[in-house]
Design a protein around this ligand. Structure first.
Ligand SMILES: C[S@@+](CC[C@H](N)C(=O)[O-])C[C@H]1O[C@@H](n2cnc3c(N)ncnc32)[C@H](O)[C@@H]1O
Length: 280
């Protein structure tokens, strides 16, 4: 199995965190599939992150719910293709399957192979195309093309738990490529603030998290302070953006927000900028 190190390994830690919500009395979501990917090694890796005593697990649960909600809304609006970049152990192709909706997932070969084996062993079937690729280095537009992706079709992209691991340049290139090639799309992604990366939040406890991910060889290197400015620069429209602190207040109003981390970790949904009507 993939080692629980490097960016690839972080998918297994996320899967552990996501799975735990199944035990909640009133869960934010249900993921009956994710348990297939878990074992002693994933439990151990997740426990090591938990030992830092910061609510990463809760943040993963909140982001899962946000991305589920946007996806459901997009499918209800008629979106027929879902592309998941750096999909890791995402199970939405099964959990959120809908008639006529095709899922495409990109991640490294080992992760997707492992996932396929787990699904096959359980006889789980979905309209899911697994595309092994490094979406920074490989031409993923060409790869999608080769897998009968319809660039004219209405598409929702999910880019979860990825932006912080990329260089700023790679992050921008992904956004530009989506804008240039997908004509009718929305894209949801999560992002950390730059102050987390630079350890300038004023909350010294947060530095331990940055150090831990660096220790896992999966350093957090890029944050976004002003998502609206980034969208303006790249000719994108921000449809929605929300901090995990706001999601925390919305979904868990009875719980105290235990860490400033939630203020520095956000999600957004963008789309192509609406063009003004051409002049005479
Ligand atoms: C933190 S995990 C998140 C997995 C999943 N999106 C989720 O939230 O459950 C990051 C995932 O992104 C993948 N990833 C990061 N950079 C990638 C790249 N350039 N090409 C393909 N996959 C990438 C990793 O292999 C890993 O599975």
């Amino acid at each position: 199995m993939t080692a629980i190190r490097h960016v690839t390994g972080t998918a297994f830690i996320v899967a552990e965190f996501r799975a735990e919500e199944n035990q909640a009395t009133t869960p934010l979501y249900r993921d009956p599939i994710v348990g297939l990917f878990l074992n002693d090694a994933t439990r151990q890796a997740a426990a090591e992150v938990q030992a830092i005593n910061l609510p990463v697990k809760e943040a993963v649960k909140l982001r899962t719910r946000y991305l589920d909600d946007v996806l459901e809304a997009r499918i209800a609006q008629g979106c027929r293709q879902v592309v998941i970049l750096g999909a890791g152990l995402d199970t939405r192709a099964i959990r959120k399957r809908a008639h006529g909706v095709a899922y495409f997932e990109l991640d490294d070969h080992g992760t997707l192979d492992f996932k396929k084996t787990c699904f096959d062993e359980q006889g789980l079937d979905a309209d899911l195309t697994l595309i092994p690729a490094d979406y920074v280095r490989d031409d993923w537009v060409e790869l999608l093309n080769a897998h009968r992706f319809d660039f004219d079709g209405s598409t929702h992209f999910i880019w979860e738990g990825n932006t912080m691991y990329l260089t700023r340049e790679s992050m921008r290139e992904v956004l530009i490529k989506i804008r240039e090639h997908a004509r009718r799309f929305t894209l949801s992604f999560d992002y950390l603030s730059e102050s987390i990366i630079n350890k300038t939040t004023g909350d010294p406890t947060l530095g331990a998290l940055v150090d831990h991910f660096a220790h896992l060889n999966a350093p957090w290197i890029t944050g976004i302070d002003d998502v609206q400015a980034l969208a303006d620069e790249l000719d994108l429209e921000v449809i929605d953006h929300v901090s995990t602190a706001e999601l925390h207040r919305k979904h868990w109003p009875e719980r105290t927000i235990a860490s400033s981390f939630f203020r520095f970790y956000s999600l957004c949904t963008v789309g192509p900028r609406a063009r003004s009507a051409p002049g005479p």
